[in-house]
Design a protein around this ligand. Sequence first.
Ligand code: GLN
Length: 486
Amino acid sequence: MSIHSSTLAELAAGLRKKAYSSVELAKLYLDRIESSQSGLNAFISITREEALAAAAEADRRLAAGEGGPLTGVPIAHKDIFCTDGVRTTCGSRMLENFVSPYDATVVSKLKAAGTVMVGKTNMDEFAMGSSNESSYFGPVRNPWNTALVPGGSSGGSAAAVAARLVPAATATDTGGSIRQPAALCGVTGLKPTYGRVSRYGMVAFASSLDQGGVIAATAEDAALMLGAMAGFDPNDSTSVDRPVPDYTATLNDSVKGLRIGLLKEFFDKGLDPSCEARIREALGVYEKLGAQLREVSLPSLPLSVPTYYVVAPAEASSNLARYDGVRFGYRCENPKDLMDLYCRTRGEGFGAEVKRRIMTGTYVLSAGYYDAYYLKAQKVRQLINRDFERAFAEVDVLIGPTTPTPAFPIGAKIDDPVTMYLNDIYTIGANLAGLPGVSIPCGFVQGLPVGLQIVGPHFGEARVLNVAHVYQRETDWHRHVPDAFK
Ligand code: GLN
């Protein structure tokens, strides 16, 4: 087996056994990244020099018998996480040359854990999108078929892991941006509970929904990464002060008697019948392992897309007000006066999707419309929350599809925002309710991966990872790599 098809856990073990050094690993993955760029465009920045220095340091620590389980493994960060001294673009012209003076908490924690950053992954502009076509740096392509989208907004991270350009990458999920691209690229994507992972230094899109997480090949790797990323951060007032368990300790717990809820609303007419067949087969695996399936209904869930597209743009319009050409980021040439500076900076610095969100958000927050849209959406959000609470009184996890269809062609939905927004119909509910969810590969439809989504109760990361891991023990979908990247 080639080194690059190893999981993060296997690489960490190989480093410890001295099968290779961290510098050797970094070089191997950097070479793979560089040669994939013209085909996949999964990266915005490649940080060879910094990576080799960090890897040499990791090798010193490993030689001294120091370091933890992740010391010396190469990873990538989504370009939404601020990295000290390395530019952070958030996929936007607005931040094309922005170099943060500090590390995001997620970045500093993973640095402290000894990981080696090899680059920053491409993404939809300001994480707005489901196809990675809104990036100022050009679309990312799906490693399974480069005519297709990888999903978004963490499409660069998902494509990079699927093509084994890195064993794991950070990502963020506001409405599905970890789980949806993980599903479309055939990898494992974990969105933690809101508040589990610090948002400090993560460029804000919709603050009440944004959550950092991870994309990796396996649930075990996601567990290792989450253990290093999670925890209370005094710099993020919404991070929750609650101990971080060892997520790897419970991966092999038995699922005998586990109560699995099948969301009636997830098996609707929008679900592609071939994808549904893969999901049902996966459910069969759980039944064989002794889990019990029961149907549950969340009557308010069908309102999640419209609710999200009021709440998220509202928060985005407020968060993105800071890009004014005065403080940091892009500034237009030769402004006539202050108004011209604002208008042209924002007109030139933001792409079409970001402008659409800012306009929608400003509208739903404006006097006269606030009650009708924003306040109403917040009320519906509570109803969705309560639906989930009721469901988790009856079942341990909810399982269903991650997306209605496999990956679609680049360009197919870009002119039709509403069709594009429907990609997230199965993922957004967990964001509105702040719940943890994972997407794992569960088979193929016409050569394209299908994702199985497992959603748990608040702070149920250990449970969803356990449920994902036992499936990955029984199947090998997570081991499949696209031919061109074997
Ligand atoms: N696709 C959704 C959107 O465009 C979700 C994006 C995300 O989770 N960052 O807003």
